[in-house]
Design a protein around this ligand. Structure first.
Ligand code: LIP
Length: 273
């Protein structure tokens, strides 16, 4: 079957803008918040409404395509990733930021074909930044080409990472230990509260690596191709091939920075998606 990736991208951008309008409308008002796996794992009615709108809009245009969406999975739908064209959606990545009125939140729409990500759109509605990539065609922010930094040694790198929303003591303590090791080996760490925003920072050269355990496929699918198309590397934190369902990711401007991080961190185990 022939795929028109430019058409998919155009549609994803339109839908992401519509989603962004919904996010902006509820950003400045009181949010109705519920919790999921821990008291720090948040969801709002906006996350749910945005995901429904995205899936309905894409289904109308591409009735045979499949979906993996953060809120559908947390409501019990299986995270079934097949070779079929599959839209992978995080309606609001950085929900805790959204809840606390912090602008680092974004709509993520990725498309996989044969389990390879071919299109990625990450839209930050509050700051109106639209990051896009299509396999083999480069990465862009608001239609301007972006690329990763040239930093190749961890000691000259700025590294993004997160404490995450699990409150299991062992997971939190290992992450803090990893952060400490990274601080001693680099220019420092930054935590923006959204996997996809962190990864877009790497893609545009505002920092050199991002590592996190505990994320899900919908946090990293769209932003993963943006990093790769900007010239960066995307892998498992161990240094092996990226596994989108494994709950861990490492991306970097260069293999040298990535290798420096892999060497000094300990894995944190999470149940696979
Ligand atoms: C968030 C990730 C972030 C992580 C948070 C949470 P959500 O996704 O983007 O990197 O640290 O714990 O998983 O829940 O806002 O879509």
């Amino acid at each position: 079957m022939d795929h028109n990736y430019q058409d998919y991208l155009k549609t994803a951008v339109e839908v992401a803008r519509k989603a962004g309008e919904m996010v902006k409308e509820s950003y400045y008002v009181d949010k109705s918040v519920c919790t999921k796996e821990s008291f720090a794992d948040l969801v709002t009615v906006t996350d749910q409404a945005v995901e429904k709108m995205i899936i309905d809009s894409l289904t109308q245009k591409y009735p045979t395509h499949k979906f993996i969406g953060e809120e559908s999975v947390s409501e019990g739908k299986k995270c079934d990733w097949t070779d079929d064209p599959t839209w992978i959606i995080d309606p609001i990545d950085g929900t805790a930021n959204f809840v606390h009125s912090i602008s680092n939140n974004c709509v993520c729409i990725g498309l996989s074909v044969n389990r390879k990500i071919v299109v990625g759109v990450v839209y930050l509605p509050i700051t109106d930044q639209m990051y896009t990539a299509v396999k083999g065609q480069g990465a862009f922010c608001n239609d301007k080409r972006i690329s990763v930094s040239k930093v190749s040694d961890l000691k000259n790198a700025m590294v993004y990472t997160e404490a995450g929303n699990s409150r299991q003591p062992e997971a939190v303590l290992t992450k803090i230990e990893n952060m400490k090791n990274i601080v001693f080996a680099s220019h420092g760490i930054r935590c923006l509260g959204s996997a996809a925003v962190n990864m877009c920072m790497i893609a545009q050269g505002s920092g050199d690596a991002y590592i996190e355990y505990g994320i899900h496929i919908w946090d990293i699918a769209a932003s993963g191709i943006i990093v790769e198309e900007a010239g960066g590397v995307l892998m498992d934190p161990s240094g092996s091939e990226v596994d989108f369902l494994s709950r861990g990711v490492l991306c970097a401007s260069t293999p040298g920075v990535a290798a420096g991080i892999s060497k000094i961190i300990k894995p944190v185990e999470f149940e696979r998606d």
